[in-house]
Design a binder for this molecule. Sequence first.
Ligand SMILES: [Mn+2]
Length: 384
Amino acid sequence: MYEMLSSLSALCLFSVAAAREITFPPVFGVQVPFGSTGEHDIDGELDVSGAWYSGLMTYANLPYVHCLASDGENVEKYDIAIVGAPFDTGVTARPGARFGPSGIRTGARRIAPQFSWNMYTGRNSFLEWAKIVDCGDAPLTFLDNTVALNQLTKTHKVISGREANDTEYEVPRIITLGGDHTTTLPALRSTYDHFGPVSVIHFDSHLDTWDPEVLGGGLSHYAGVNHGTFLHIAHEEGLVLNSSIHAGIRAPVANKKYDLRHDKACGFSIIKARDLDRKGTQGVIERLKERTSGTKVYISVDIDVLDPAYAPATGTAEVGGWTTRELLTILDGLTGMEVIGADVVEVAPIYDNRGETTQLAAAEVVHSLISLMVETPVKGKLLA
Ligand SMILES: [Mn+2]
């Protein structure tokens, strides 16, 4: 490498002798200050304390904390926790979302806390009051859905049950990297303990309030708990307020009237995908704010809300969806909302393209969700 460099610089000096001098640094690439300590060692020593793309992969190069450590162990405090939910045995179409957490982290490799000043807001959510960490993935069995969802519920309870780093806002909030959409149910079971019932803003191409009798085939109770029925179950368990709303809906329903009536009974109203053409992003933002006004909010983003052109890597893709820019504009417009939890689900990296289109989109959606949480801190009930 050094040989190649010196011959290169010799070549440059020969061919453009009149040009300004180019001094090649002795080492490059691994030495960028961004993402490391940002300090140049005054003694000229190499700084290998950290850099982008080095170390084990966390979301946005955030610090890893063993949030699930057993009782008595000393766990670093945090305010916002990222946790992966590698679960995809509740799907009705293409599987693969169990690798969603690692896929979203892959998409977030380019994001670094020190290099994240937002072009639109002028803020850097990573460097404000909240300590944001990546807890890794929940340990979930792939052999029994009931057990796996209980494991995930417990994971949420442990992570949100620790005292936050900030002394005023004592309950840490969680952003889950799915996993199929069933993983939202354990999250809502846990947020209920700290914040009570909440409005769900549900970005999706599908309703996901299906009656388990309709979307479980009536096979068994077990079959009825899946990625298309979890919002019905959340409603049944009293976790969801009647001020909830879907956004980006366009997939067909199973029957002429029942599904839509049932959806309404579960507490949801609907913004259809094509409503955006008429209302614009600002109109959608206003509708979401109006619907959930005065309540605490959980934001769930099924990546299939995006058009498959922007997010091919998902199990139940539906054409005619929103663009990544439209979704990000809408999310970033939800400022002032008390977001008590959030997730990005149904990212199935196996169907992504070489440019990692879906994973990049999902990573940036998570970034927007973090920004909303930082922008509006929320007080919750700390459990004993
Ligand atoms: Mn969904």
